[in-house]
Ligand binder design. Structure first.
Ligand SMILES: *Cc1c(COP(=O)(O)O)cnc(C)c1O
Length: 354
């Protein structure tokens, strides 16, 4: 399929400094759009000027949240090349998310082409300050104009771009996280593994209450027993206990992060023991109390590698590594961003040139 291109006749003012890059608030001059109709398949891929879209008030996604999304980034190497990080993983996951909520699949290779074309069209928006990148947000919405809970027969696939700096105002400084023991994010058999908009709506109240208490994010526990650690709002989590790195196993209610998968591979390549298994809050607090918990960090495309300096669970505070970034966390941050920004050795071929 050929992607048609319509140049934006009114390009916007680009940000003048890194401090203007509040995460996800600035968008570029173009967007990618493609339609789907049952019986016809995906059609009319196009890059057009970034603009609002018009939707009938009865459009299904507005009522029943039949929507999925992805989050990835384009980076600029010191040699000036634009690169993506493991983009096929994002579109394979998009298809898995879609399948869970009855959205038809997309061709992975075509999606990567679409991202490359769009990033090329808006390459002038790639920020060049330290630790900045172009965030890429592909998403699909159900567009049937119809009330009633059924899978739609029309969809819109779009990709938008946003120049970004760090996700948390803290940057690479450790964040404080509230362990949520009242609300839950996902349950076995639910949609937790899918990047589906509805999951995030359900997380907002806990997030808001934690923010009021001074915490950057919520750490979710399992929906059955509220004992097992799952993940943070937009990050998977890792603990360094003694000389072992532990992360909750993917049980269906956790989002299978591409940064998580990459972090596991990198740390194993260093010879570290990395275990995916069930982890309880009690185990973490016990390890903290007897000095065995060395580090905690989160992983995600937006947050990259984010050290966690403090947990709060049922009124009990746990300070990790004196509230400072740990050695493994720092080393992982350097190696991962080295690959992403085309600076370091990329033995595994994860960086894809645009
Ligand atoms: C996107 C996301 C992650 C991180 O996934 P990456 O592929 O590493 O960006 C983790 N948890 C949740 C809930 C997410 O939405």
């Amino acid at each position: 399929m050929n992607i048609s291109f319509t140049q934006n006749p009114n390009p916007k003012q680009k940000p003048a400094s890194a401090s203007e890059l509040k995460f996800g608030t600035i968008f570029t001059d173009h967007m990618f759009v493609m339609d789907y109709e049952e019986g016809r398949g995906w059609y009319d891929p196009r890059i057009v000027p970034y603009a609002p879209i018009s939707l009938d008030p009865a459009t299904m996604c507005l009522h029943y949240a039949q929507e999925v999304f992805e989050g990835m980034k384009a980076y600029k190497s010191p040699a000036g090349e634009l690169c993506l990080f493991r983009p096929e993983e994002n579109f394979k996951r998009l298809n898995r998310s879609s399948a869970r909520i009855c959205i038809p699949p997309l061709d992975v290779d075509f999606c990567i082409e679409a991202v490359k074309e769009l990033v090329k069209a808006d390459s002038g928006w790639m920020p060049e300050w330290d630790d900045t990148s172009l965030y890429i947000r592909p998403f699909i919405i159900a567009t049937d104009k119809k009330l009633g809970v059924h899978p739609a027969s029309h969809y819109l696939f779009m990709i938008i771009l946003s120049p970004v700096g760090s996700y948390y105002p803290e940057g690479i400084n450790p964040v404080k996280i509230y362990v949520e023991d009242n609300y839950v994010r996902a349950v076995p058999g639910g949609t937790g593994f899918a990047k589906a908009g509805g999951n995030y709506a359900g997380s907002l109240l806990a997030q808001q209450e934690a923010a009021k208490k001074g915490y950057a994010q919520v750490l979710w526990l399992d929906g059955n027993s509220h004992k097992y650690i799952e993940e943070v709002g937009a990050m998977n989590v890792f603990f360094v206990i003694d000389n072992e790195v532990v992360t909750p196993a993917l049980t269906g209610s956790i989002l299978p992060g591409i940064t998580r998968m990459s972090a596991i591979e990198i740390m194993r390549s260093w010879g570290l023991k990395v275990t995916e298994r069930a982890v309880t809050v009690d185990e973490i607090y016990d390890a903290g109390a007897n000095g065995r918990l060395k580090e905690m960090f989160g992983t995600g495309t937006a947050a990259v590698i984010s050290p966690v300096g403090e947990l709060m669970h049922s009124g009990r505070q746990l300070v990790i590594n004196g509230g400072k970034i740990g050695e493994i966390t720092m080393k992982l941050y350097n190696q991962l961003t080295g690959i992403q920004f085309g600076k370091g050795q990329d033995d595994l071929g994860w960086s894809v040139k645009i």
